[in-house]
Design a protein around this ligand. Sequence first.
Ligand SMILES: O=C(O)c1cc(=O)[nH]c(=O)n1[C@@H]1O[C@H](COP(=O)(O)O)[C@@H](O)[C@H]1O
Length: 230
Amino acid sequence: MSDPRIVVALDVDSRQAALTLARQLDPTLCRVKVGKELYVAEGPRLVQELMADGFEVFLDLKFHDIPNTVAGACKAAAALGVWMVNVHALGGRAMLAAAADALSGIRQPPLLVAVTVLTSLGPADLAEVGIAGSPEEAVLRLATLAKRCGLDGVVCSPLEAARLRSELGPDFRLVTPGVRPTPRADDQTRVATPRGALSAGADYLVIGRPITRAPDPRAALLAIHREIHA
Ligand SMILES: O=C(O)c1cc(=O)[nH]c(=O)n1[C@@H]1O[C@H](COP(=O)(O)O)[C@@H](O)[C@H]1O
């Protein structure tokens, strides 16, 4: 089975919009991500429909709660059959370990990754909420904790990928949003191009608006696919 590097963020508000978009994409070239907006609107049935269309799904609900609650949510995500699920590393050691533990007895569990520092945040935002150090230092600290707790990888910006790859080894999955083929950043702060993210060591690139809001999403997906495989 192919292992597409591109994960298209289906940040739309309805089943119809999500399926229309997905049907312009190609499961051999990308996976899809269902996040809060779409999941709150349409729930698990839409996730199942996307899987029935051949897509592997990253369920991006960024669980961040007490350990027991997050463990249960991760089990529910596994029962849904998703490819990847995420939690917030800031939930701390016990929560991360409970999430990993919840999936440990499951046959073919989803990949479990922890969000470190959101790619929309810059140094001043971190200082304001009391997180010490630069974004890179905070990401490394949280990623190291996630690895120790048994997670498969982290979500980070492309700017931290090289450091994490060298410090945390070749098997730790690095998932990078904040990917922009053109200089347009939208609300993202820590960004790089698709090729830049991959050469820094990212495994999977989460890309939303540059594909989903393009006049021709399929053409935009193909262009990025060609760029990274050139
Ligand atoms: O966990 C995520 O996927 C995520 C983490 C993060 O730090 N930054 C981030 O942008 N994301 C998600 O990645 C996607 C990026 O979308 P675009 O900015 O449109 O490419 C959105 O669906 C975000 O929810």
